[in-house]
Design a protein around this ligand. Sequence first.
Ligand code: TPP
Length: 582
Amino acid sequence: MSERETMTAYLSAFVDELAMNLIEHVVVCPGSRSTPLALLLAEHPDIQVHINVDERSAAFFALGMAKGLGKPVAILCTSGTAAANFYPAIIEAYYSRVPLVVLTADRPHELRDVGAPQAIDQIHLYGKHVKWFAEMALPESSKNMVTYARNVCARAAATASNAPAGPVHLNFPLREPLVPLLKQPGFFGNGRRENQTDNTVQSGFLSLSQPQFDRIADLLSASERGMIVCGDINIAGFREAVVALAEKTGFPILADPLSQLRSSSCNNDLIIDSYDTFLRFEQVAGQLNPDVVIRFGAMPVSKALTQFLKRQSGIRHFIVDSGAGWREPAGIAPHMIYCDETLFCTEMTSRMNQNSLHGWTNLWKTINNKTVSALRTVRDDAELNEGKLFSLLQDYLPENTALFVSNSMPIRDLDTFFTKNKKEIKIFANRGVNGIDGIVSTALGVSTVFRPTVLVLGDLSFFHDMNGLLAARLQKLNLTILLVNNDGGGIFSFLPQYAEKEHFEVLFGTPHGLDFSHAVELYGGAYSKAETWENFRVHLEKSFRLDGLKVIEVPTDRESNVQKHRDLWNYVSQEIINVLIE
Ligand code: TPP
């Protein structure tokens, strides 16, 4: 066999196995060393290649696709700093439990550490931020090695998907010649197992024994003030199961926006959505101490909630995690329950008696309702402001929208102002490590799965990933971006360093004075600027009718934004305290 035939046999088996494991989307970055994999991926009939020149954006794009699809996406790049540019998205994927299969091409061993061009040490390049690393063998076409290539691929796909999902990294040493033999008859079937219809790896759900479930149900039944907390979680059947548990127990559910419980046909009056506001007020929070907490998903966005939970140190906190991790940053002594979340809810619901906790639950509901209606006064502001934008989105977003929000103030304002409703709106954010990088690309990745997709982000987040916009143009994607432009980092005005006036603007405010219309034009998008709220509504509705990239800039002011938030919190606290006195 020629070198090209050998390489083709080995790598085509690998690529075919990706498709056999239902990895149908691969984001490919151009490069030389990765040529054979790129060509074979492009040739495979069941794989769709998404080309993206900037590796940092490419990896975030893949992250967004994987989030949207709920299954692994692969990424491929050449050797050297190209691979290093994947790193931020890999870290985010690791901490937010998103499955990615990372493929990097590398020099063969004789060209490593000898001054060969574009050669860096790619072994364990992503350190502890991948679930699994494998250095592939050099291509060989023996039956054994073709099976090996398929097995590594199947294992990588399974490892990425299994709870907790996350990224895996395969590094491919490749020698020249780098162009495979295409159009070979049957080469994608090479080495497939007989009757290969199922995935190679079958896995099940984590569960507890019946006595373990019984014991926890007994403990929960003894509770008089139980509370459920749901953070970022996206597990089949969970929403219905947790609502059923709440209805049976009478426990209120504190639902983070990423719990997918706020915008959902299954939400009901047990869902508490304005806790981030009212738990800030000690006088109110002090009335609401639970005697048991059940937590699902990642720790919620709300700092007020984390601090509230931290104060509940003398009670049981059950933290249910099908990923068997340790997501407990509040520093309390938790009771970890390594069990599928949906299964846990179902088992508890079937064991517990119908609740009689109306007094406790009603207090939560009353305070929540009062807070929500007080927060709605944000809508009385005639000027453009950041909170009102999220309050209005609740009304303006159509059914089945994917809403992606950036870190910094957008996710916080979403938490405060985007309250529960019956529309099915899927909410996404990069909350693994809260970066403001790669946001445009991640949202574009989501937009390949959902239409419409709406991204809300600040000007610095937008600036950080302007390169990502190229994908919208090249791949003809449909995305509405709401660019909240307060000319710098608005979040820092809420922090104590805001008082250090001498240095604040240079070090934290970081105004840039950029006119983003040029960037949008460069990438062929439709740019508009909202001057009034009516204007905003018209632009937004129009954006849903247009194809392609649409950017609506919403100019706001950092200084007045902080003041408006503070005034509103003061007003809300007065309103709730009045309720408590009544
Ligand atoms: N760099 C990265 C990659 N991630 C980060 N989270 C930060 C820096 C620190 N950081 C957090 S928020 C923020 C920065 C720099 C400012 C974000 O500004 P913008 O996106 O305009 O949103 P705003 O604060 O105005 O809501």
